[in-house]
Ligand binder design. Structure first.
Ligand code: FES
Length: 125
């Protein structure tokens, strides 16, 4: 079973592989959807209100639920965040840090948009 240790943050300088995930139209405005990359579920958010995109592990570290893509997104002091629908733990979509509890951080990934497609950055070949 996948656990949170299988996910590791990738910074944009370390991207070696841009994974072509899906057309931008696959992601609802101000919402998320889940994509699969090598057995890992990645939540991708089309944060229309900020005109930004984010990606993070879909796994909520609190109770190991694959759910974050269905979480509510918002901003806290200009920091974009996602709240888990189950018990409302909120995580920064930039640093992955848990903003309202002692939960461990989630992994985040760079996103780029090219010619109508969403790409997620990974550091494995
Ligand atoms: S499972 Fe996500 S907050 Fe509890």
């Amino acid at each position: 079973m996948t656990n949170t240790l299988d996910y590791k943050t990738v910074s944009s300088e370390n991207v070696t592989n841009w994974f072509k995930a899906a057309p931008v139209t696959a992601f609802p405005a101000n919402g998320g959807a889940c994509v699969l990359y090598r057995g890992k579920q990645i939540a991708v958010f089309n944060f229309t209100r900020r005109d930004e995109w984010y990606a993070c592990q879909n796994l909520c570290p609190h109770k190991q639920q694959m759910i974050l893509s269905r979480g509510m997104i918002g901003s806290e002091q200009d920091e974009p965040k996602v709240a888990c629908p189950f018990h409302k733990r909120a995580f920064s979509l930039q640093s992955g840090k848990c903003l309202n509890a002692d939960e461990c951080a989630i992994a985040t990934y760079p996103v780029k948009i090219e010619e109508g497609y969403v790409y997620i950055g990974f550091d494995e070949a």
